[in-house]
Design a protein around this ligand. Structure first.
Ligand code: NCD
Length: 336
């Protein structure tokens, strides 16, 4: 844990294999802690975690807030609709107000790419010591979701000792609205870093061919890739071919709020070609675990029956694991 160097968590493209190991080990400790009786650890006593969600959220925000409370932090949350933003206050001035109230850690979600990074830069420039954690920015990045998906898969393959090694050589299929998904992007960085091969599957309108090169170069502003050798990224348009030999499948929601034109002829035809069902998984001969970050459109990206089938659906497990992963992140950023 002594190797942890990140002041903020903004994008998994900046994570090394050691960073993933640190988060997974710590998350496992929090995950196996008893959740009844003495539920709270004193690690963040006296620290203030502020959640600033400028975009709707069900899971991420409440998971961060619960994680902070389990570490004994104080928690404050900001609601944009009832704030002075509507009176014309700038985003930075609004955020500075919370910093002036003593926030040690800000969890920020925004519909525009790079807002959390811009806030982190501006706050650092003015000498503020607050840490920024990206709770999802536009299409760009959702690091805590990428980490909880990684943790869930690592625990599936190695329940006692989840580590990046558990992913090495695995074939992980990601199907759905990839072009609009920040979760897909974060998963691409995380899974390939751990040596998994990622098969992306969707129609061309939701998955440009260029995604095959997604992890070939570090993103703008990052000088180099901290990971020496990544798994492969493969684009496969046919779901049955993608699923052949898969070790796990993730499916993502059609992000209608980010689609500015018709990208599909109909939801029914999308479900027929790309929806996950028991029959489809069985046809491919794979009893694979299925993940979805939520919220799920039942009957579109996956059938309701598959979602509810706890023999293969890890969706609830992802939610539970998310608390432990966020505890690990808050601990690493704020306890030091
Ligand atoms: C995702 C998000 O907000 O990016 N959800 C989540 O955080 N659990 C995915 C989505 O909205 O579809």
């Amino acid at each position: 844990m002594s190797d942890w160097t990140h002041r903020h968590v903004l994008d998994l493209a900046a994570f090394s294999l050691e960073d993933y190991t640190t988060v997974l080990e710590l998350a496992q400790r929090f995950r196996v802690m008893p959740t009844s009786g003495a539920r709270k650890l004193p690690a963040l006593q006296g620290r203030l975690v502020t959640t600033l969600f400028f975009e709707p959220s069900t899971r991420t925000r409440s998971s961060f807030e619960l994680a902070a409370k389990r570490l004994s932090a104080d928690v404050q949350s900001f609601s944009p609709s009832s704030s002075s933003l509507s009176k014309g206050e700038s985003l930075l001035d609004t955020v500075r107000t919370y910093v002036a109230m003593g926030a040690d850690l800000l969890v920020v979600r925004h519909r525009c790419t790079a807002v959390p990074a811009a806030l982190a830069r501006d706050l650092e420039a003015s000498g503020d010591r607050v840490a920024v954690l990206n709770g999802g920015d536009g299409l760009h990045s959702h690091p805590s979701q990428g980490l909880l998906d990684l943790f869930t898969l690592a625990r599936h393959f190695a329940p006692e000792a989840p580590s990046p090694e558990a992913l090495r050589g695995r074939r992980i299929v990601i199907v759905g609205d990839i072009v609009h998904s920040r979760v897909a992007r974060s998963n691409l960085w995380a899974l390939t870093a751990c040596g998994a091969d990622v098969v992306l599957c969707a129609p061309a309108t939701l998955l440009p061919q260029a995604f095959a090169q997604f992890v070939d170069a570090p993103p703008p502003g990052q000088a180099s890739d901290p990971v020496a050798r990544r798994g492969a990224v493969i684009v496969e348009r046919d779901l049955d071919r993608a699923l052949a030999g898969a070790d796990a499948v993730m499916t993502f929601r059609l992000q209608k709020e980010r689609m500015h034109q018709h990208l599909l002829t109909s939801l029914e035809s999308y479900h027929r070609a790309y929806g996950l069902t028991h029959a489809r998984l069985e046809r491919c001969g794979s009893a694979v675990p299925v993940l979805h970050p939520g919220p799920v459109n039942r009957g579109v990206e996956m059938s309701g029956a598959l979602l509810d089938d706890l023999r293969c659906s890890l969706v609830e497990e992802q939610v539970t694991n998310g608390i432990a992963v966020r505890m690990a992140l808050l601990y690493l950023l704020a306890a030091g």
